[in-house]
Write a protein that binds this ligand. Structure first.
Ligand code: MEV
Length: 325
């Protein structure tokens, strides 16, 4: 695990005994370049503000505790599934309040393990909440670096895109380690739909690495995913919905070719297209998790979300990108 300089002892002596802080983050969706980004290719992601996370942290002299939908109890006894959360709490305390424990309450609307950035958003909100409880304000680099500690526990070899996306206020192009906001020339309306099957990012990333080493066609498909991501930037600038929709369809075919789709994902992608989506693809690590579909208007996005729920999606949300200069 990465080591951080201990900070905050001076602040601790001045602050009230029971410091309280709030941290916030939100879900993310990857439009283009998932998996390829792990190999240094560009990827495009955007914030999903309709799926927020809030964390309340209260510093305490006693041992740390967690309160969440998945588990409530002492940090020490948290189940393995919460290892990234535990890592984020320990790292944040080490950095900002090394002599304290913390009561951490997590409120998340992001479905877990569905490729929507739940692990990064929860880690990021924890870091911010603990820092605020210690009377400090983490800068963007600290927030990113500390979120990545939890992400490494969750995913093994994270590109860093999720850790940026869960705090970002706008769509961006990410090419390790650079983040560039993208200009958006018109409104884009999306539907996110959940297969209900947990995604397996760590296994998906490891499987792609194996197939890439063994099969040159997988390497070529990753190169093509990178090209699609790069060329989409101009389509966003032009507000060209049809071009983005066509690229989403192309990306889904390539993600299938590298072995990260599933029958449930393909079913929701086909359903969205038949219901009138201008394009649809899996989003995130794949295997399970969610799809992303493009709709021409917000009412159409809401209607397609309803069709997807009727076809078995466990959840479906409409979200959008405003034009940005
Ligand atoms: C996971 O949300 C996206 C992947 O590209 C992995 C990563 O970027 O770390 C599959």
């Amino acid at each position: 695990m990465q080591q951080f300089e201990m900070r905050g002892a001076d602040t601790l002596t001045q602050m009230p005994k029971l410091g309280r802080g709030v941290g916030r983050a939100h879900g993310k969706a990857i439009l283009f370049g998932e998996h390829a980004v792990v190999y240094g290719a560009p990827a495009i992601a955007f914030p999903v503000n309709v799926l927020p996370v809030t964390v309340n942290a209260t510093l305490t002299p006693a041992a740390s505790t967690i309160e969440s939908e998945l588990y409530t109890g002492p940090l020490e006894r948290a189940p393995r599934r919460l290892a990234p959360v535990v890592a984020a709490i320990r790292t944040a305390l080490n950095m900002f309040a090394p002599k304290s424990g913390a009561k951490i309450a997590i409120y998340s609307d992001i479905p877990y393990e569905r490729g929507l950035g739940s692990s990064a958003a929860v880690a990021s909100a924890i870091v911010e909440a603990v820092a605020h409880a210690a009377g400090q304000d983490p800068n963007a680099t600290e927030l990113f670096d500390l979120t990545q500690v939890g992400e490494r526990v969750a995913h093994g070899n994270p590109s860093g895109m999720d850790a940026h996306a869960v705090q970002s206020t706008q769509i961006f192009r990410y090419r390790k380690p650079n983040v560039e906001p993208i200009r958006v020339g018109g409104a884009f309306y999306f539907v996110i739909a959940d297969t209900g099957v947990p995604g397996a990012t760590r296994e998906a990333v490891a499987g792609v690495a194996q197939r890439k080493a063994a099969d040159p066609r997988v390497d070529a498909a990753i190169g093509e995913l990178a090209r699609v991501a790069e060329e989409s930037v101009a389509d966003f600038e032009d507000g060209d919905l049809a071009a983005i929709g066509a690229k989403m369809n192309r990306a889904h075919g390539l993600l299938r070719a590298i072995g990260v789709s599933s029958p449930e994902l393909d079913h929701l992608v086909d359903t969205a297209r038949r219901a009138g989506a201008m394009g649809a693809k899996l989003t995130g690590g794949g295997i399970g998790g969610c799809i992303l579909a493009l709709a021409p208007t917000l009412p159409e996005a809401e209607r397609i979300a309803g069709v997807l729920r009727g076809a078995g999606a466990k959840g479906a949300w409409a979200t959008w990108l405003e034009p940005i200069d």
